[in-house]
Design a protein around this ligand. Structure first.
Ligand SMILES: NC(=O)c1ccc[n+]([C@@H]2O[C@H](COP(=O)([O-])OP(=O)(O)OC[C@H]3O[C@@H](n4cnc5c(N)ncnc54)[C@H](O)[C@@H]3O)[C@@H](O)[C@H]2O)c1
Ligand SMILES: O=C(O)C[C@H](O)C(=O)O
Ligand SMILES: [Mn+2]
Length: 543
């Protein structure tokens, strides 16, 4: 049944507000519901952008823009397309973290589907209710909010991470917002302030673990496969105990992507490949030290190892031996208690090191390991001190240094400090945007090492041929496509393409990923021309 009257105006995918023409107003029963003036989308957009500029704080800007998204999606994306670089840090990281931390003051619930560990039998109904009968959902994005960025467990207040990821999907990959379903998995929260806060809206109990939790996740996977068999399931910001096990359970049989593990892994691998061009060293010479061996840290390690093996020609054992991890208790060594499965893969033998090595000193570990690349996924602000960066730069002419913990306040170092302390020799990427750095007559542009560069393209590339799974080969093809966009001939050039090129990055990644899926025979539909299929699938924010 076609909607009329207010039902049109409150549907963000139908609403045009004051841009409805006189004819449309008559047809849709809107006469009397709008002021007399008729605007073009350009006029509306100018007003949106002026109001965006006038809002006093980043958080106020985000609340305003997401309000536009919720009332008129085409207008929001039309505006985002025009001001992508300015809107990204507001809609997405780092400002999304402020939305979540201040949720109680500003939200009454986010526009997402909620599923509860108490009611796995209602999961299918929740998805149907949110998407509407007959919806053509191609992408399900789920979080349980246990590990939001680096700010931890935010229970259902973490739902805003979904609205941020969704906006990026559509802005970057032109995925029709009507085809994306965000799901807040409510398994409780371990944040005491929330449990004690009368305004908290999620389940008021500690996180449920074990069989009941696994059953809820299985119910979500089952419902998604049943209702939307060709959809990709994207997992975001699950906590360390759950993220990797969920991915391992489903990655070989279901079309699925863990953004923090795989999206981050390919982003950093792409940057590392570009950095080896700057260093004029083969990828196979890389030695990796990852500080913060959790979900993202292990995801990056695994992805780099796959790259060293398949692109660098090392054996799998050789590739693994090039990775060193430091976590809370220092350098990860065989026999340490309570290692995760991922950490065990990279635990080194203590006999490789001097007996008096202070394994909890990052600078001392850098001196012992002599890594070419240092990656920060620890959430420890300032952990890459001057000593650490100078140690990196003393062993390698062009080290790769990636303090990518989010949001900005948790980053291991600033780009400016890393450039200064390495005397302009390090290739740097940061998780949130960094201003260019002037040092010794050169302007250094800093790549944003954020999985936003990759997850839209991987997903689009998997959806175009309706891939059965996201294979390791598809991920590597994506990383290669990213690295291929980098021209390192200019001094100060970044090792990742700029966020302003996000739609082109996404297209290149998607093309490579789709072509690899076809080569590997993972496609469920035939695609003769990937580029034409991407164009045909694209949703455009126009009236
Ligand atoms: N830029 C990106 O695209 C991107 C993607 C994913 C995650 N991240 C960031 O990475 C960070 C980690 O995320 P995660 O999902 O891996 O979290 P996580 O909790 O799974 O991992 C964090 C790890 O850091 C370790 N750690 C904590 N304190 C430490 C210390 N003092 N010394 C050494 N290690 C310490 C923890 O023990 C844990 O293993 C977050 O800030 C997140 O925003 C960035
Ligand atoms: O959300 C981001 O900005 C990147 C990443 O997924 C993270 O968890 O930090
Ligand atoms: Mn994340």
């Amino acid at each position: 049944m076609n909607k009329t009257g207010f039902a049109v105006l409150v549907d963000p995918l139908l609403n045009k507000g004051t841009a409805f023409t006189a004819e449309e107003r008559a047809q849709l029963g809107l006469q009397g519901l709008l002021p007399a003036g008729v605007q073009t989308i350009e006029q509306q957009e100018r007003e949106v952008y002026e109001r965006f500029l006038a809002e006093p704080t980043d958080l106020a800007k985000r609340i305003y823009l997401m309000g536009v998204r919720d009332s008129n999606a085409r207008l929001f994306f039309y505006s985002m397309e025009r001001h992508l670089t300015e809107y990204m840090p507001i809609v997405y990281a780092p400002t999304v973290a402020q939305s979540i931390e201040n949720y109680d003051e500003h939200y009454f619930g986010s526009k997402v589907a909620y599923v509860s560990v108490d009611h796995p039998e209602l999961v299918e109904e929740s998805l149907r209710a949110f998407a509407g009968e007959g919806a053509d959902i191609r992408l399900v994005v789920a979080t349980d909010s246990e590990g939001i960025l680096g700010i931890g467990d935010w229970g259902t207040n973490g739902a805003e991470i979904l609205t941020g990821k969704l906006a990026v999907y559509t802005a970057a990959a032109s995925i029709d917002p009507a085809k994306i379903l965000p799901v807040m998995v409510d398994a409780g929260t371990n944040r005491k302030e929330l449990l004690d806060d009368p305004r908290y809206l999620g389940n008021r109990f500690e996180r449920v673990r074990g069989q009941r939790y696994d059953d809820l996740i299985q119910a979500l996977v089952d419902a998604s496969l049943k209702l939307y068999p060709s959809a990709l399931l994207h997992w975001e910001d699950f906590g360390r105990p759950c993220a990797a096990p969920i991915l391992e359970r489903y990655r070989d049989t279901v079309l699925t992507l863990n953004d923090d593990i795989q999206g981050t892994g390919v982003t950093v691998l792409g940057a590392l490949m570009a950095a080896t061009k700057v260093a004029d060293a083969p990828l196979s010479d890389s030695r990796i030290l990852t500080f913060g061996a959790g979900t993202a840290g292990i995801g990056i390690a695994d992805q780099i190892v796959d790259g060293l093996e398949k692109l660098g020609g090392l054996t799998s054992a050789e590739a693994r031996s090039r990775v060193y991890l430091v976590d809370r208790d220092g350098l990860i060594l065989k026999g340490m208690p309570d290692l995760t499965e991922g950490q065990v893969r990279y635990a080194h033998d203590a006999s490789e090191f001097a007996a008096d090595l202070k394994t909890t000193s990052l600078a001392a570990v850098v001196d012992a390991v002599r890594p070419t690349a240092l990656i920060g996924t620890s959430t420890v602000h300032g952990a890459f001190t001057e000593d650490v960066v100078r140690a990196m730069a003393s062993h390698v002419e062009h080290p790769f240094i990636a303090p990518i913990s989010n949001p900005t306040k948790l980053a291991e170092a600033t780009a400016a400090d890393v450039i200064r302390w390495s005397e302009g020799r390090a290739s740097v990427v940061t998780g949130t945007p960094s201003a260019p750095v002037d040092y010794d007559g050169v302007t250094y542009h800093i790549g944003q090492g954020n999985n936003a560069l990759m997850y839209p393209g991987i997903c689009l590339g998997a959806l175009i041929p309706s891939a059965r799974i996201v294979s390791r080969g598809m991920l590597l093809a994506g990383a290669q496509a990213l690295a291929d966009m980098i021209d390192t001939s200019q001094p100060g050039a970044p090792v990742l393409p700029p966020m302003s090129d996000l739609t082109q990055i996404t297209r290149n990644v998607a093309t490579a990923v789709a072509e690899r899926a076809l080569e590997e025979g993972l496609n469920r539909v035939e695609v003769a021309d990937v580029g034409a299929a991407i164009d045909a699938a694209a949703w455009h924010p126009e009236y």
